[in-house]
Ligand binder design. Structure first.
Ligand code: PLP
Length: 373
């Protein structure tokens, strides 16, 4: 489908060649298509409310650059997406981490996996009231890394808390299309005009497109367009032409992709339960990964040993601040079941090596800085 979109884009390119070639807001037909998607999802949106970016990570950098200065506070979920934490840190902002809580009524029996995590609304509200962060960056749709989905009632509470604190709520919807269980929720922007939403084609289609967007009020979009020009002057036109085709038929590739991901998720959870029974796992409602609780704080050590068995993963602390989450490991289920089996067996071998020689933990060098997806 991506290939077809580029083929169509190639035929459309000549019409644009006499023009300037770039634009800080993005190509109008793409902005119109993205706006139409929001309107159809119950969030009336005009093309003037959309700024096209080179992916969601670029979008977040533009937002931070426009709205926050050095030492400003940015509320984040803890754990959170590592590259977002890096962006906040690189801008000199102070991240205010708010931990997840164990979902009420969630089973703690091993057979059912570990307890699911949930947003701690009291803690989020308290952090906003007391710290008055400039920005709150949240991933309510199949949160990376936990895979959790925020219910509508909490979306409403979050919007209210941000409004009361004067905090700009930035909602990253990069994973929203990966709704494996088909649970219906409203986009957070449906609850307030003030919400800033980040979207991307990276997870629904292909990360190589490097195409995403920001949806916000017209005034806010103007600020983002002005801030953007210190980073870049606009996105490449071919990608935007292709993206316009993909956004118009956004749902077309999803059933097949979701079905494959569901199979992968089932396979991974079964493999983990079979080969690593003392790891606690909660079944994610969507997204691309399982956030595993380990029996000991050995995440970094495991990720240092795992490459010897052919597997590379980001250690738990990559998803936190100050060395947190040494007891957690995110395991993606992007690979098909046979390759997931190889990966889980590799993790088993890494754990066995560590169990046999616990002193290894002290001799391992620093954890790799890179986190995938
Ligand atoms: C929550 C979240 N935000 C942003 C990104 C980056 O997206 P993009 O490739 O559009 O920059 C990812 C990629 O994994 C992600 O999981």
């Amino acid at each position: 489908m991506v290939h077809r979109a580029f083929a169509a884009a190639l035929t459309e390119l000549p019409a644009l060649l006499p023009g300037f070639g770039y634009d800080a807001m993005g190509l109008l037909p793409l902005r119109e298509s993205v706006a139409a998607r929001y309107t159809a999802a119950g969030v009336p949106t005009t093309a003037e409310q959309i700024l096209v970016t080179s992916g969601a990570q670029h979008a977040l950098n533009i937002i931070i650059r426009a709205l926050a200065g050095r030492q400003d506070r940015v509320l984040v979920e803890h754990p959170s997406y590592p590259n977002a934490l890096d962006a906040i840190r690189a801008a000199g902002c102070r991240a205010i981490p708010v931990a997840f809580t164990t979902a009420q009524g969630a089973s703690t029996k091993k057979a059912d996996g570990g307890p699911a995590l949930a947003w701690d609304m009291h803690a989020l509200q308290a952090a906003m009231t007391q710290q008055r962060p400039r920005i709150a960056y949240v991933v309510p749709d199949f949160h990376n890394p936990t895979g959790q989905l925020m219910p509508d009632v909490q979306r409403r509470q979050l919007v209210r808390a941000a409004a009361e604190a004067g905090t700009v709520l930035v909602v990253d919807e990069t994973l929203r299309a990966l709704n494996l269980d088909g649970v219906e929720t409203s986009p957070v922007a449906a609850f307030s005009h003030a919400v800033v939403t980040i979207g991307s084609l990276s997870k629904s289609h292909w990360a190589g497109l490097r195409t995403g967007w920001i949806r916000a009020s017209e005034a806010m979009i103007q600020r983002f367009a002005a801030a953007r020009t210190s980073l870049d002057l606009g996105g490449p036109l071919m990608e935007q032409l292709a993206a316009a085709h993909l956004v118009r038929a956004l749902d077309e590739p999803l059933p097949a992709r979701l079905s494959a991901l569901r199979d992968n998720r089932t396979a991974l959870l079964e493999l983990l339960a079979g080969h690593l029974p003392d790891w606690e796992t909660a079944r994610p409602a969507g997204g691309l990964s399982v956030w595993c609780r380990l029996p000991a704080p050995v995440s970094t050590a495991l990720t240092m040993i795992a490459p010897d068995f052919g597997i590379r993963l980001a250690a738990g602390p990559r998803f936190g601040i100050g060395g947190a989450f040494e007891r957690y490991l995110r395991v993606p289920f992007t690979l098909p079941p046979d390759q997931l089996e190889t990966a889980v067996l590799a993790l088993r071998s890494a754990q066995d090596r560590l169990d046999a020689a616990p002193q290894l933990r002290r001799t391992l060098k620093n954890a790799p800085a890179q986190a995938i997806a």
